[in-house]
Design a protein around this ligand. Structure first.
Ligand SMILES: *[C@@H]1O[C@H](CO)[C@@H](O)[C@H](O)[C@H]1NC(C)=O
Ligand SMILES: *[C@@H]1O[C@H](CO)[C@@H](O)[C@H](O)[C@H]1NC(C)=O
Ligand SMILES: *[C@@H]1O[C@H](CO)[C@@H](O)[C@H](O)[C@H]1NC(C)=O
Ligand SMILES: *[C@@H]1O[C@H](CO)[C@@H](O)[C@H](O)[C@H]1NC(C)=O
Ligand SMILES: *[C@@H]1O[C@H](CO)[C@@H](O)[C@H](O)[C@H]1NC(C)=O
Length: 406
């Protein structure tokens, strides 16, 4: 059955009627909050195949209840929930614009009470063979928006530049940005991330793999051992993620991304996976986050802070479906377009690890309800840099950064 929030808005009925079989006119406004669906876990996927894997999930079925939310992509109009509303799933669409719009629409829909919800962002990504291998499940602390840069066409790159990309306002590749837009970096709750790594490792021996993936990853083996991590079996890998609408490929851009991530964070972050949505989803979640769990006094969110979600409850889990660059002796084009890699096993592994995490959160809600205590800077790039957003000067001087880091 499809419930439509949009229809409810049009006819002017209170929104709680959407989620409740009780006649809407019997309820007062103060009860509306109680009638909201308060998921313990909200799965965020980006496209159809990532959504479909949950049909095989053990312990819960998110297809028991469908709720149409205005603002979701036309091909994915419904949020899916378990009958009791404890687990929900949304497919936000691919690319940064779809992801940001959909997540914003979800948060503003007023159907859900998301203040205690754990968000499990989970989808396919490309992996850096210096960090891990195809089929692996990764958990990030940092997400960086690599695409937000200056770019030269390969035929016009200044001769002494190490790549065609440099941070906005900077003078050469590898330098820090001179100004910030605010979505360049998100930092997540590292204690929660580490807890998720532990849970995921319980099922590491159940990870799916394929013969094609085994053959393919072996091609990254060489006397030059920089890609050695690519040759091991799928694992649970802690590493950071980058976001770009442009689907980058090849060893040269891979190197450029590594340097960017390292320089941007003074070595705090390690480039592991690339996808097209993370910073967009995180931007929406952060914009509407509560700030009560912030360990310091810097106001992290916009003045329109609606305190709809707790940003310290966001989990960024990506599954490596392919490598971000060619193996030895291969062309980047061959790797990008024509190689059978590990999309199938990676999708399977999102479910295998994801269902373990979700079932643990449900079973141990007495622990998770209060949140996993935050011990690090959690939030956006302003928060990370230790400065307040300032429209006059979008800058962050080195001293401020160093002062924060010490
Ligand atoms: C919800 O939608 C999915 C398709 O996205 C469908 O498979 C499922 O049966 C629907 N559930 C209900 C209760 O209508
Ligand atoms: C590249 O050369 C230009 C022009 O000589 C110079 O201004 C710039 O500093 C050089 N950049 C690097 C990264 O060496
Ligand atoms: C993992 O695999 C083992 C043995 O192969 C099996 O007994 C166990 O049920 C599996 N666990 C999960 C969560 O799939
Ligand atoms: C949370 O945000 C509100 C509104 O921006 C602000 O007044 C308040 O000081 C913030 N609290 C903390 C702890 O940052
Ligand atoms: C914003 O930046 C300008 C230029 O550096 C500075 O003069 C001003 O004091 C800053 N405003 C705030 C609120 O920090």
């Amino acid at each position: 059955m499809h419930f439509s929030a949009y229809t409810q808005i049009l006819v002017g009925l209170p929104l709680f009627a959407v989620a409740s079989p009780v006649p809407s006119n019997a309820k007062g406004a103060s009860q509306a909050q109680d009638e909201k669906i308060a998921p313990k876990v909200f799965i965020i996927n980006t496209w159809k195949r990532e959504e479909d894997i949950w049909r095989n999930a053990e312990g819960f079925n998110v297809f028991e209840k469908n709720i149409t939310i205005p603002g979701l992509p036309p091909q994915y109009p419904d949020v899916h929930c378990t009958q009791d509303g404890s687990v929900c799933q949304v497919t936000v669409g691919e690319g940064e614009i779809n992801a940001a719009l959909s997540t914003t629409s979800l948060l503003l829909s007023t159907i859900f009470d998301l203040r205690k919800t754990y968000f499990l962002i989970s989808g396919l990504a490309s992996i850096n063979p210096k960090i891990g291998t195809i089929g692996s499940i990764t958990f990030a602390q940092y997400a960086l928006q690599f695409g937000l840069q200056h770019e030269f066409d390969a035929r016009q790159i200044p001769e002494n530049f190490s790549s065609g990309y440099m941070a906005q306002g900077s003078l050469y590749p590898g330098a820090k940005p001179a100004f910030y837009f605010g979505t360049e970096l998100y930092s997540l709750n590292i204690a929660l991330r580490n807890y998720m790594l532990d849970i995921a490792n319980r099922v590491v021996f159940n990870l799916s793999d394929s013969d094609a993936a085994k053959v393919y990853r072996a091609l990254y083996y060489s006397s030059n051992t920089i890609y050695l991590p690519a040759t091991y079996s799928p694992s649970i890998t802690p590493c950071d993620s980058i976001t770009s609408d442009t689907w980058y490929t090849g060893a040269k851009l891979g190197d450029a991304i590594e340097k960017y991530v390292e320089e941007f964070t003074d070595g705090d972050a390690t480039y592991g996976t690339a996808s097209q949505e993370d910073n967009a989803i995180l931007a929406a979640l952060f914009r509407f986050s509560i700030n009560a769990s912030d360990p310091d006094v810097i106001t992290p969110s916009s003045p329109s802070n609606l305190e709809l979600v707790d940003f310290s409850r966001v989990i960024l889990m990506r599954a490596a479906g392919d490598f971000d660059r060619e193996h030895w002796g291969q062309s980047p084009l061959q790797n990008l377009l024509y190689a059978e890699q590990a999309k199938g096993p990676a999708l399977d592994n999102i479910r295998i690890v994801g269902q373990e995490i979700i079932n643990v959160v449900l079973e141990e809600w007495y622990f998770f309800e209060g949140g996993v205590p935050v011990g690090n800077k959690v939030g956006d790039v302003w928060k990370y840099l230790g400065v307040v957003p300032n429209a006059t000067c979008q800058c962050a001087d080195k001293e401020t950064i160093m002062a924060w880091k010490s």
